[in-house]
Design a protein around this ligand. Structure first.
Ligand SMILES: Cc1cc2nc3c(=O)[nH]c(=O)nc-3n(C[C@H](O)[C@H](O)[C@H](O)COP(=O)(O)OP(=O)(O)OC[C@H]3O[C@@H](n4cnc5c(N)ncnc54)[C@H](O)[C@@H]3O)c2cc1C
Ligand code: SF4
Ligand code: SF4
Length: 430
């Protein structure tokens, strides 16, 4: 397998979100051999979990579809899902990478017919909806998943449900004997596009996430708004399923805070501005959004979107860092306490639902990177000093999709230079 798909001239891209896909495609379309390695069962990353994109409010599926078409048409690109790097040895131009591949229990004969899902009764928390609902233990990660292949959750392997799934499959696609595999890959350059994760909101004690059901995070709100989400796209409160029409957005939740993330997560002002428009779309003039902010960071081409939202009479802005949230035990409503720094008066404001504009933390904070990879003070990946490894997209900085893909394209170009040099100048002299 190693010899078939990878050589020292191969570029390894770790992480199959929009940045990893972009870096891999750019390099592969320049004629380079690329292996794209993704930890989850599907490509797409967190962008595929958004309802709409700012500033145009289009659906993320468009961008994903174009990339998948490019990917299917390219023979230089090899995708490995459910795969993680567990070790990197060597140096620029000559890496030996150890990769662990978890079993999917479903092989390439899968047609996506869904009979296995209908046959099983067990459910698991749905990762695509941030575990806000449950999904059958044999599932397709989401409608645009790539590969379009079901996954059998390990929890039902060796159970009656596992056998039911296998029996239901007319194509012999379910293989419950699959085991974890470890493979070695050769690569000349490595692009780390491992992306970001939402900061753990439960650590922001005064905001009551995890204690008050109607305090949710901005990533969860994306899923509530999405017709493929847990509420079928209706903005309903978790506590009682009531329509949430009076929603507070709390900015810098976990970001710009010495006790949590020191950095500005850069996109969460835009994310909240966008999410006010989900309310407008759902309820027209009957909805009410209030943004509690320190300052709104919407620069360059986002400024027009900010101005448009400012003109919306259903959206209100309060310049304040909310001090704490209390819950009205009878109604489940949330009472926000703080000081409006423009009028310097205290408020106690009541809302149906609170959305925490949660900070973006580098996903790589949870993984072991090779020792020579340098990260900044927040853990975002800068790369190795010799240039053989580098960060791309949200793994390198809290970027929006546009900037993440620009960063990925730059990373692809640098990786091409590394493997080109290894194959010519360095290869000749060594
Ligand atoms: C609430 C919210 C709303 C947003 N809305 C918008 C918007 O409207 N418009 C916009 O432009 N941006 C938006 N963003 C930002 C957008 O989500 C990011 O720009 C985008 O996800 C960056 O893509 P990425 O590929 O760099 O990272 P990710 O999307 O995080 O993808 C990283 C991929 O790497 C994989 N991975 C992680 N670790 C490993 C590992 N060790 N091994 C293998 N694979 C691994 C992950 O499974 C994932 O598939 C929003 C962000 C938030 C928080
Ligand atoms: S594993 Fe079999 S039953 Fe399940 S979706 Fe694929 S082809 Fe259909
Ligand atoms: S983008 Fe806005 S909400 Fe996010 S951390 Fe920066 S200032 Fe705060």
């Amino acid at each position: 397998m190693t010899a078939a798909i990878a050589t020292g001239e191969t570029i390894l891209v770790v992480g199959g979100g929009i940045s990893g896909m972009t870096a891999a495609l750019e390099a592969a379309e320049c004629g380079r051999q690329v292996v794209l390695l993704e930890r989850s069962p599907t490509l797409g990353g967190r962008t595929a979990m958004l309802y709409r994109y700012f500033p145009k409010l289009c659906h993320p599926t468009c961008g994903l579809e174009i990339n998948l078409r490019r990917l299917k048409a390219n023979r230089n690109l090899h995708v490995l899902t459910m795969a993680e790097v567990v070790g990197v040895a060597g140096r620029r131009g000559d890496y030996e990478v150890t990769v662990k591949i978890r079993p999917r229990y479903v092989n390439e004969r899968c047609t996506g017919c869904g009979d296995c899902a209908r046959a099983v009764t067990a459910t698991v928390p749905n990762p695509h909806n941030y575990a806000l609902d449950r999904i059958k233990a044999a599932y397709l990660p989401h409608a645009m998943a790539y590969p379009q292949r079901y996954v059998v959750d390990p929890s039902i392997v060796g159970t009656e449900d596992g056998e039911k799934a296998k029996a239901a499959c007319k194509y012999g696609a379910i293989d419950l004997s699959m085991r974890e595999e470890t493979i070695e890959l050769a690569a000349g350059a490595i692009v780390w596009a491992t992306g970001w994760k939402p900061y753990d909101a439960a650590k922001i004690q005064p905001y009551g996430y995890g204690r008050f059901p109607n305090v949710v995070t901005s990533v969860e709100f994306e899923r509530l708004a999405d017709p493929h989400g847990p509420t079928g796209g209706r903005l309903l409160r978790p506590s009682d399923g009531k329509e949430a029409k009076n929603v507070a957005f709390i900015q810098c939740a976990g970001s710009r805070d010495e006790n949590h993330l020191r950095h500005c997560s850069r996109i969460c002002c835009m994310a909240s501005l966008k999410q006010t428009q989900y309310l407008r779309e759902a309820y027209g003039e009957d909805g009410r959004s209030t943004i509690y902010y320190i300052d709104i960071r919407a620069i360059d081409r986002f400024e027009d979107f900010h101005r448009k939202v400012q003109r919306d009479p259903t959206v209100h802005f309060i310049k304040s860092k909310v001090a704490r949230i209390a819950e009205d035990g009878k109604t489940g409503n949330l009472i926000l306490h703080g000081v409006d720094t423009e009028g310097y008066h205290r408020y106690e404001a009541e809302h149906d639902l609170v959305v925490l504009a949660i900070g973006m933390e580098p996903e790589s904070n949870g993984i072991r990177l090779p020792a020579d990879v340098v990260v900044d003070a927040s853990g975002f990946i800068e790369g190795s000093a010799d240039g053989g490894q580098q960060g791309a997209g949200a793994a390198a900085s809290p970027y929006d999709v546009n900037r993440a893909t620009q960063s990925a394209t730059a990373a692809a170009l640098r990786a091409i230079k590394v493997v080109h040099r290894a194959a010519t100048v360095e290869g000749v002299s060594s």
